[in-house]
Design a protein around this ligand. Structure first.
Ligand code: F3S
Length: 111
């Protein structure tokens, strides 16, 4: 099953996951990154690379983070980023928008 980026990435965007992904399936939005569910090969390398523990296998998402599976998937839809399935984040480049669900997440507290 694909992996999913959750709220611990918002406004952090460390980028270590992008550097280690062997299939370039992690795309950059304005405040967070998103894993393409159809391009992810489920290797799991990104999980240990992320310093904020933002990434989960979709079937192992904690209940309070389960909505991020839809957020990652729907980011690519026509009504959101419109990226579809471009087959590589490097060529697609960063997108200046986010899934609307990101704005509903609690802002990260300093400290
Ligand atoms: Fe975000 Fe972690 Fe990747 S903070 S950019 S999911 S390494």
């Amino acid at each position: 099953m694909p992996h999913v980026i959750t709220g611990a990435c918002i406004d952090i965007k460390d980028g270590a996951c992008v550097k280690c992904c062997p299939v370039d399936c992690i795309y950059e939005g304005a405040r967070t990154l998103y894993i393409h569910p159809d391009e992810c090969i489920d290797c799991g390398i990104c999980v240990s690379a992320c310093p904020t523990q933002a990434i989960y296998e979709d079937l192992r998402l904690p209940p309070e983070k389960a909505h991020f599976a839809a957020i990652n998937r729907d980011f690519f839809a026509a009504g959101v980023s419109g990226l579809g399935s471009p087959g590589g984040a490097a060529d697609a480049g960063p997108v200046a928008c986010d899934h609307p669900g990101i704005a509903l997440e609690q802002p990260r507290l300093a400290g």
